[in-house]
Design a protein around this ligand. Structure first.
Ligand code: G6P
Length: 606
C-alpha cells in the first residue's frame, strides 16, 4: 500500500527519500515520486514502476535541498500513470503533499474547488488536499491555519506529509487512521508511514495518534491536536529496527526466506511462554486481563486475508481445547454488520501488520462497548496493538514478501497457546505442549526433504485448482488456495472436503487437479470418499499426508509427506506444505514472487 517518507534537517533530502522508499518497496506499490525544496523552489520528480526508475531520474535531475517528501503509490483512484503518482500539488505549485489513505469526500471537495477555478491535473483523491490547502491559504494567508482548516474538511483516512513554498523551512505531517511516525535524529527529523523506512536513520521515534498534526523545523517539532490545537507532549521511544532480518541472506526472494524461517518462528513464538517439562503456558500479555477472561462465554475472531484463515484454525482450537464457542468474521464484513454483541464476548483481532484498515475499523466499532479486545499482532507498537486491551505478539520478525507465510505459522502457534492458556485441564494439554516443543525440528526435517519443488513444477501448467481439507485442514485448504492465487495467478478454490459434491465437483476433470490435505484425523474415511469422487472424474490429486501407506495416499498421484503431529498442530505442517507448493509453482512460472501484481503487503485503505 502507499508509503510516505519525508525529511528535514542538515542533510540532503533526496538520498534519504530514495533509501526510505526502497525500504517500503516490500509493501507493494506501482509508482513513486518525490518533491524537494530547493533554493529556486520545489523540484518534483515522479516515475511509474520501481523506485529504481525514480532513482535514475533523481540522479539525472539532482534535486538539491534539505527538505523533501516522497511516496510510493498503490493505485486506488486513477490509473497507474505519472500524473497520478505523488507528490501532488495545487495548480499554482504552492503546496506539495504525499498522502496514504483515502479521502472519502474528495468528489464534493473537488467539485467545490473546480467551481472556484482550480485546475486539476490528476485523477486522484489526494490532489484535492493540495488544492484545498492553496484555496484555504488564499482565504487566511497563513500556512498553519490553512493546514488545520484543510485537515478538518477531510473525511476518510490519511497520513500526510506537506511542504509549501510559502514556508520553505517547514515540514508538516498529519494523521487520521493511516500510520505515521516522527523520527528524531541528530539535527534531523523524518516522517514515515512505516518505521522500517527509518531503520538506518533514526531509532528515536514518536508514533503519531489520530487527529494529530506535527510541525517540524530544523530546530525542533511541535505536535498539536487537530481539534483543540493544543500542544501534545509525548516522549520519544527508542525503537530497535536492527536491519538484521531485512536482507535476503542468500535466498533468491523473501518468500522462500520467510518460509524457511517457519521452524525458527515456532521456537521464537513459544520461547519463554511454553514449558513442556513443567506443563506451563505463560502468556504475560493475557495475565493482565485474566479475571475478565474467566467470564468469557464466546470468542469473536476478526481478521482479513491469511490472518482470517489463521483465525479459522483458531475457531477449531478454542472450541476443541478451551470449550468456548467461537465465530470468525472478516473485518470488512463485521464493520458493517448489525449484530448484537454481549459483554461476555471477547474479540480477538489477528493481523500481521497491525495496520489493516478494515481490522482497525472493526475494532473501533466496538471501542466503547466494554467488550474485551485482544490482539494477535506481529508488528510491535502498531495501531492494532495499541487499540487492544491485551494480547500476544506473534514475534515472527519482519515479513517482507506480500504473501504472508511465516506470519500464518506464528499466528496459529499463538492461537494454540492461547487455547491452552484458557483451559489447562484440556485432555489435549500435555500432548500439544510436547507437540509444539518437537515441532520446529520436525518442520526442519520436512524442509530439508525438499520434496515439494519437483511436484509443484509438474502442476504449474494447470489453470485451475481445488484445495480440499476437513476439520483443521479446511482453513488450510483456504489458505493454500489463496497463496496459489496471489503469487502464481492460477485460479484456485478452497473447499471443505464434504462440500465438493455440492457443486465444485462439476469443475473436476483431467484439467482441474486437486490439492488435498489428507492427514490422519479420525475421519480419514471421509477424506478417502472425497478423493475417490475426484479420481472417478479423472482429476489429478496432490495430497499432503503423514502416512504414505494410508488409503488416501493410495488414491493420490503425487504425495507430499509431512511429519506426524497432533491434529491441532496439523495446520502448521500442512500450511508449510501449501506455502512451499504455491512458492514453487510461482517460481516455475517466473512470477514476481515477493511483489505480486495488484497486491500490497499492508492494506491501509478500505
Ligand atoms: C494483505 C496481505 C495479506 C494479509 C492481509 C491481512 O492482503 O497481502 O498477506 O494476509 O493483508 O493483513 P494483516 O497485516 O492484517 O495480517
Amino acid at each position: 500500500m502507499c508509503g510516505i517518507v519525508a525529511s528535514l534537517g542538515s542533510r540532503p533530502a533526496s538520498p534519504f527519500i530514495i533509501q526510505g522508499l526502497k525500504a517500503l518497496e516490500y509493501r507493494g506499490y506501482d509508482s513513486a515520486g518525490l518533491a524537494v525544496m530547493g533554493a529556486k523552489g520545489v523540484k518534483c520528480i515522479k516515475a511509474v514502476g520501481q523506485v529504481s526508475r525514480l532513482e535514475r531520474k533523481v540522479k539525472f535531475k539532482r534535486p538539491a535541498g534539505k527538505l523533501g517528501i516522497g511516496h510510493t503509490r498503490w493505485a486506488t483512484h486513477g490509473r497507474v500513470l505519472v500524473k497520478n503518482a505523488h507528490p501532488h500539488c495545487d495548480d499554482k505549485g504552492q503546496f506539495f503533499v504525499v498522502h496514504n489513505g483515502i479521502i472519502e469526500n474528495f468528489a464534493i471537495l473537488k467539485e467545490f474547488l473546480i467551481k472556484k477555478g482550480h485546475k486539476f491535473s490528476s485523477d486522484t483523491d489526494s490532489e484535492v488536499v493540495a488544492q484545498l490547502l492553496a484555496y484555504n491559504f488564499k482565504q487566511v494567508g497563513d500556512v498553519r491555519q490553512a493546514i488545520f482548516l484543510t485537515l478538518r474538511s477531510l473525511k476518510g483516512a490519511y497520513a500526510l506529509a506537506i511542504i509549501s513554498e510559502k514556508e520553505p523551512g517547514k515540514l508538516w505531517g498529519a494523521k487520521l487512521s493511516g500510520p505515521l511516525v516522527l523520527g528524531i535524529g541528530e539535527q534531523q527529523f523524518y516522517l514515515a508511514s512505516d518505521p522500517m523506512a527509518l531503520a538506518n536513520f533514526s531509532r528515536r521515534m514518536i508514533v503519531l495518534e489520530d487527529n494529530e498534526v506535527v510541525e517540524i523545523t530544523t530546530e525542533g517539532y511541535t505536535i498539536s491536536n487537530l481539534e483543540s490545537e493544543k500542544t501534545v507532549k509525548r516522549p520519544a521511544a527508542l525503537v530497535d529496527l536492527a536491519d538484521k532480518e531485512a536482507g535476503l541472506g542468500g535466498y533468491s526472494d523473501y518468500m522462500s526466506k520467510e518460509i524457511a524461517e517457519s521452524p525458527r518462528v515456532v521456537e521464537d513464538v513459544t520461547r519463554g511462554r511454553l514449558n513442556s517439562e513443567t506443563g506451563i503456558v505463560k502468556l504475560g500479555g493475557l495475565d493482565t486481563v485474566a479475571s475478565q477472561l474467566e467470564h468469557i462465554d464466546r470468542i469473536l475472531i476478526i481478521a482479513c486475508g491469511t490472518s482470517y484463515f489463521a483465525g479459522m484454525v483458531g475457531e477449531y482450537l478454542f472450541e476443541e481445547i478451551s470449550q468456548i464457542p467461537v465465530e470468525v468474521q472478516l473485518a470488512s464484513e463485521f464493520r458493517y454488520r448489525n449484530e448484537p454483541l454481549s459483554r461476555s464476548t471477547a474479540v480477538i483481532v489477528i493481523s500481521q501488520s497491525g495496520e489493516t484498515a478494515d481490522t482497525i475499523a472493526a475494532l473501533q466499532k466496538i471501542s466503547d462497548s466494554g467488550i474485551l479486545k485482544l490482539g494477535v499482532v506481529n508488528v510491535v507498537g502498531s495501531t492494532l496493538s495499541r487499540l487492544t486491551d491485551a494480547g500476544v505478539y506473534c514475534q515472527a520478525g519482519l515479513e517482507k514478501s506480500v504473501a504472508s507465510t511465516k506470519s500464518f505459522i506464528a499466528q496459529v502457534t499463538v492461537l494454540v497457546m492461547m487455547a491452552l492458556y484458557l483451559n489447562n485441564h484440556s485432555p489435549l494439554y500435555n500432548e500439544l505442549l510436547r507437540g509444539l516443543t518437537d515441532l520446529p525440528e520436525q518442520m526442519r526435517g520436512f524442509l530439508k526433504s525438499n520434496s515439494v519443488a519437483k511436484i509443484a513444477k509438474k502442476y504449474a501448467k494447470y489453470n485451475n485448482f481445488l484445495f480440499l481439507g476437513r476439520r483443521y485442514a479446511y482453513p488450510v485448504a483456504l489458505e493454500g488456495a489463496l497463496k496459489l492465487k496471489e503469487i502464481s495467478y492460477i485460479h484456485a478454490e478452497g473447499l471443505a472436503g464434504g462440500e465438493i459434491k455440492h457443486g465444485s465437483l462439476a469443475l473436476v476433470d483431467k484439467n482441474c487437479p486437486c490439492f488435498a490435505t489428507a492427514l490422519s484425523n479420525g475421519i480419514d474415511d471421509k477424506t478417502v470418499n472425497s478423493l475417490a469422487e475426484i479420481k472417478a472424474r479423472k482429476g489429478k490429486i496432490v495430497a499432503v499426508v503423514d502416512d504414505p501407506k494410508s488409503e488416501a495416499a493410495k488414491l493420490t498421484d503425487d504425495l507430499i509427506v509431512v511429519p506426524k503431529v497432533p491434529e491441532a498442530l496439523q495446520p502448521l505442517v500442512a500450511g508449510l506444505a501449501c506455502h512451499l507448493f504455491a512458492y514453487h509453482v510461482a517460481k516455475t512460472l517466473k512470477r514476481p514472487i515477493d511483489k505480486p501484481r495488484n497486491l500490497a503487503k499492508s492494506v491501509t485503505v478500505e
